[in-house]
Design a protein around this ligand. Structure first.
Ligand SMILES: Cc1cc2nc3c(=O)[nH]c(=O)nc-3n(C[C@H](O)[C@H](O)[C@H](O)COP(=O)(O)OP(=O)(O)OC[C@H]3O[C@@H](n4cnc5c(N)ncnc54)[C@H](O)[C@@H]3O)c2cc1C
Length: 340
């Protein structure tokens, strides 16, 4: 029997991980293609801090967040311990979350406990919070690693901007929509909105812990310091509904001054880059088989995997596996294109 055709639209962390996950599950039964207009290093995913910690998610979707987040935590943890850990900059990272309330969704992390008095004193204004160990990944290394894996498994790559999923429907049995914020236009999904994030990337190899300072009275401006495998990310802003992708000088001052107040040694860090990305936020992250396009009528079935907000990396492998299960279900129902 001829292999069935699956097309993943999008080459950020959601698209690449979903494409590889489908290949792993179905191997020679399918040919998987990726169609995208932007690839690494030009996707939103490339600019992410790569930090595992559910951020800007809807507590009403807690069951999904915990499931997808826990699966992804285990996956990054295993990568860190594997021979590939160095290739993708996977690491265990300990640090401090300064907050007046308990940090949600971190049960999976290692050694979660309240700060001691000495640890609270690390904050310049002495602040309570929690310490924990989580995982991180260097997304700029991880995406090319996934792409290499995808192509080695026989995956096909097409660089193209599409204006409707219908354009692809005649050629594929299942289309998986991993377009991030692009779905706002592609599907006219106005529940999907940008949450603007501005960050610095600096060289500061003496920083070995993460620091997150949550200001409950002003959630738009959380100060964070995330030391990855190659560079330290300093952030950041979370401006809901803001489509501006230019670096803003007021945000620059806020982030720099906030991070240097928290950790004055950063004043001597070398600035490598300033960057703005738009997080694709939705009321609920959408990982589902589209009820209007199930493939039963001979058209391509459509599976969605987008709208991960500030947690695309944190949830990606769990979501990729969920999307893969939906693809398997859709392929069973679909009339194969090769039979039409
Ligand atoms: C400053 C900042 C820091 C962040 N830090 C973290 C973090 O530490 N941890 C974490 O978990 N998350 C973090 N995030 C969130 C994370 O980056 C996103 O949730 C994630 O990148 C979304 O990935 P994605 O693959 O869905 O979308 P994207 O990376 O945006 O990829 C979308 C893909 O779809 C393609 N596409 C879109 N429309 C079309 C079209 N019409 N035709 C063809 N192709 C199309 C694009 O070209 C691209 O390839 C951060 C975000 C920002 C902005």
């Amino acid at each position: 029997m001829a292999p069935q055709q699956v097309c993943v639209v999008g080459a950020g962390v959601s698209g690449l991980s979903t494409a590889v996950s489908i290949q792993q599950e179905l191997s020679s039964k399918v040919v998987v293609s990726i169609v995208a207009d932007k690839f690494s290093p030009e996707t939103t995913s490339d600019g992410s801090g790569g930090f595992w910690g559910p951020h800007l998610v809807n507590p009403d979707q807690a069951d999904d967040i915990n499931k997808w987040g826990n699966e992804t935590f285990d996956y990054i943890f295993d990568l860190f311990r594997s021979e590939h850990g160095g290739d993708v900059g996977a690491q265990l990272i300990s640090g401090y979350c300064f907050s007046n309330s308990a940090i949600p969704f971190v049960d999976k992390c290692i050694g979660v406990r309240n700060l001691t008095k000495e640890e609270s004193n690390i904050h310049p204004d002495t602040k309570n919070g929690q310490t924990l160990t989580t995982v991180m990944i260097d997304v700029k290394a991880y995406l090319p690693w996934l792409m290499k894996k995808f192509q080695a498994n026989g995956g096909i790559v097409l660089k193209r901007k599409i204006s409707s999923l219908d354009e692809l429907s005649p050629y594929y049995d299942v289309i998986v929509n991993c377009t991030g914020l692009g779905a706002h236009y592609l599907l006219d999904d106005h529940d999907l909105r940008p949450v603007r994030g501005q960050v610095f990337r600096v060289r500061a190899p003496w920083i070995k812990h993460f620091y997150v300072d949550i200001d409950e009275s002003n959630p738009e401006n959380e100060i964070y310091i995330l030391p990855g495998a190659r560079e330290v990310v300093l952030g950041g802003t979370s401006q809901v509904g803001d489509w501006n992708t230019q670096v803003d000088s007021a945000d620059r001052d806020l982030i720099w001054n906030g991070c240097c107040k928290l950790l004055p040694s950063l004043k001597k860090a070398e600035v490598l880059e300033e960057w703005v990305g738009l997080r694709p936020q939705r009321t609920r992250i959408r990982v589902e088989l589209d009820r209007k396009h199930t493939g039963r009528e001979g058209n391509a079935a459509i599976v969605h995997n987008y709208g991960h907000g500030g947690s695309g990396v944190t949830l990606h492998w769990g979501c990729a596996q969920e999307a893969t299960r939906l693809v398997v279900r859709a392929l069973k129902n679909a009339i194969p294109k090769s039979n039409l």
